[in-house]
Design a protein around this ligand. Sequence first.
Ligand code: FES
Length: 213
Amino acid sequence: MAAAEAPSVPGISRREFLYYVWAASIALYTGEFLALIIWYAIPIIREGEFGSVIPVNPDRLPPVNDAPTNFSEGRFWLVNLDTTSSEGVERMYRASDEASPIQGVAAIYKVCTHLGCIYSWNAATNRFECPCHGSKYRLDGRRIQSPAPRSLDRFGVTLVYADGSETAAETDDGGFFLPVVIDESKTLAEIRVDTGDRADGPITTLLSEVVPA
Ligand code: FES
């Protein structure tokens, strides 16, 4: 059977026709490749969604050692901690193996560190409790009871003041976000929670095995 011949176009030789077909194929391939690069380069996480920096009005910050504020859109709990305060000691207390006071604002990821269930705050027992296998956590996310292998994860927090100054969360030796202490001499304008910047909770002794300080 005879091989199929390239169509004959008036004014264009067979060689020119094949050249144009080849050039069009290269142009199409290059276009698709560039489109893919652009698609990957454009951020798909929009402002205010999980994965971005979420601005929080200071009005939503709970009082010291009070029950946490739930931010379902950002998948975090916002807490305001102070183990030097006599307020809310049933929720936030200092354990004997904690050398320094725990003070400041922290944003806690809402996923249990055991197998990823969504835990909740239990106002009756004053702690976070996971419905799946019974892990429990103190207000700051430290493990009270296993099988959780580590304390709850935290997101990076930055406090922004009315004068434009900012204080970002520092990390401990293991890279875990420490609470950010509020400068009471300034007016707090905004709390920024970076839900794209998460630090694993540390592996600490279970609070159920540690006596209160
Ligand atoms: S997933 Fe929370 S205790 Fe297992």
